[in-house]
Write a protein that binds this ligand. Structure first.
Ligand SMILES: Cc1cn([C@H]2C[C@H](O)[C@@H](COP(=O)(O)OP(=O)(O)O[C@H]3O[C@@H](C)C(=O)[C@@H](O)[C@H]3O)O2)c(=O)[nH]c1=O
Length: 193
C-alpha cells in the first residue's frame, strides 16, 4: 500500500497493490493493521454505498455530532473527489484537495473528521463506497455550497445536478461559527508501507 500525502493535514491517498491477471484483478480494500500503523488511528463503524449517474454532485457535507472520518473509494466508474478543511482556527481552513478516484487507479482517500466532503461523477455511472469512523447523525449534518467562490474548487465539470438540500447550501463564510467543527490538530504519523 503506497501512502501519498496531499498537503492537507490528515487527508491521505492510499494506493493499493493491484494484482492483475487474465481473470481481472484482485485488491485488498481494507486492512486494519495497515491503516492503524500508518495514517488512520480510528475505528470504522459504518459502511456506505451510493450510486450516481454522470454529472451528479454530492456535497459538500460534514456533521457536527459524531464527526465522521471517511475512507472513500470508487468500485465502478470515475469521480472527482474533494475534501475541504472547515475546522475553525485551522491553519488550512477553507483549503481544498481534489483528485480522481476510479475503478482503474483503485485509489482511496481518507477524509478526516472536520473536513467537508463531496464528489462529482465523471463516468456514465459510479458506485461510491465509503467506510466511516462514526455513525450518521442526520440532525447535525451541514452542507456547504459546492461552488463557493472563496473555496474555489476547480471541479472538472460545471454542469452538475444537485439534491434539493445541496442546492440551498450556504457558502462557508455564511456558515455560523457554531456550525463549524473545532480544530483539533491531526497527528502526523505517516509512514510508507
Ligand atoms: C449519508 C446517509 C444518508 N442516509 C439517508 C438520508 C437520506 O434519506 C438518504 C440520502 O442521503 P443524502 O442525500 O444525504 O446522501 P448523500 O448526498 O450521498 O450524502 C453523502 O454525501 C457524501 C458527499 C458524503 O460525504 C457522505 O458523508 C454523505 O453526506 O439516505 C442514511 O440513512 N445514512 C447515511 O449515512
Amino acid at each position: 500500500m503506497k501512502i501519498i500525502e496531499t498537503g492537507l493535514p490528515g487527508v491521505v491517498i492510499f494506493e493499493p497493490k493491484v494484482f492483475r491477471d487474465q481473470r481481472g484483478f484482485f485488491v485488498e480494500t481494507f486492512r486494519e493493521t495497515t491503516l492503524r500503523t500508518s495514517a488512520i488511528n480510528e475505528t470504522f463503524v459504518q459502511d456506505n454505498h451510493s450510486r450516481s449517474s454522470k454529472g451528479i454532485l454530492r456535497g459538500l457535507h460534514y456533521q457536527l455530532i459524531q464527526p465522521q472520518g471517511k475512507l472513500v473509494r470508487v468500485s465502478r466508474g470515475k469521480v472527482f473527489d474533494v475534501a475541504v478543511d472547515v475546522r475553525k482556527n485551522s491553519p488550512t481552513f477553507g483549503q481544498w484537495f481534489g483528485t480522481v478516484l476510479d475503478d482503474e487507479n483503485l485509489r482511496m482517500i481518507y477524509v478526516p473528521p472536520g473536513y467537508a466532503h463531496g464528489f462529482v461523477v465523471l463516468s456514465e455511472e459510479a458506485d461510491f463506497i465509503y467506510r466511516c469512523t462514526n455513525y450518521y447523525h442526520a440532525d447535525s449534518e451541514q452542507c456547504i455550497a459546492w461552488n463557493d467562490p472563496e473555496i474555489g474548487i476547480q471541479w472538472p465539470v460545471s454542469d452538475v445536478s444537485l439534491s434539493t438540500k445541496d442546492q440551498s447550501a450556504p457558502n462557508l463564510s455564511q456558515q455560523a461559527v457554531e456550525k463549524l467543527p473545532n480544530y483539533i490538530p491531526i497527528q502526523d504519523n505517516l509512514c510508507a508501507i
